[in-house]
Design a binder for this molecule. Sequence first.
Ligand code: PEP
Ligand code: MN
Length: 342
Amino acid sequence: MIIQIDKNIDLNKQVEIVDKLTNKGFKITPVKTQKGNYLIGTGKGKIDLRTIGNMEGILDIHKVSDDYKLVSKKWKVGATAIDLGDGISISGGGGFAMMAGPCSIETEEQIIKTINHLKENDIQIMRGGVYKPRSSPYAFRGLGIDGLKLWYDLAKEAGIKIITEVMQVSQIEEMYDYVDVYQVGARNTQNFNLLDELGKVDKPVMIKRGISGTIDELLYSAEYVFSAGNENIILCERGIRTYERASRNTLDLNAIPILKEKTHLPVVADPSHGIGIRQHVDTMALASIMAGADGVIYETHETPEKAYSDGQQTLDFSESEQLIKKMRKTVALRDELAVGKL
Ligand code: PEP
Ligand code: MN
């Protein structure tokens, strides 16, 4: 159960509501986000909602049978749209967001070339890692905060928004002024301390699905961020580890319509990490669109073979341009067919 309560509710009135529900067998957790105040009821309690419906301070009551609550579609009418400012948004209900850029931010020249490529193709959100989670400690691990600052100056001047991975709690604050969307990587999806802390910031968070994570676990991760205060969350299907070895990961296209049915949050796909094979990234991007994705995030680099990381799954700029054109056509076709409209 989710009870939306008045932000200025008298504390005594809140205690009265909580007592009533506790007596009926609910465990009540108060949640205060940047947008609203809620009481989350869990457990096996039963109550006739009419008996509390008009208690002072209650704005609305919703029965939510899912184990996760605030990210569930069962209570929130309409999809969530994440506003990045300057007319740029990532919405769970219409429109399509394209995010592209290198796996790693490498040099000033590389940043400028990527920004020019994005601008030429009307793409407004650039991805790139400055803190890189690498399987081997000897691999390139990113330029760190100095790389982010350099990128930020160039991106801001060009009107480009930045999405980049935050790997640990201590980085949240130092990155704050230079990011538009914090990315939580697949290896950190269940880093609950990180999720809690990202709940306290007023910038959007994109959470990638864990390498071996279930769909429900991804939703729980989002519930952490939401219940810690931040409602601006995007979910990303980036492929899971299966027994299959012919591709780097298995992009779980099933997850897209299933997530869209379960949550009001926007759902995007990452076909680069999802399949890990350059020549098949475009196919999987288009398939993700038809599966109902609200956006796609993929890797591009002027010379993928020279990229510091993930070159094998990175499109060059001409492949990227082709993909952008095909994605626009596919989104138009999807809209015409109304595929994935729930
Ligand atoms: C990335 O986006 O470059 C990345 C490391 O992704 P993931 O966390 O999905 O592996
Ligand atoms: Mn990568």
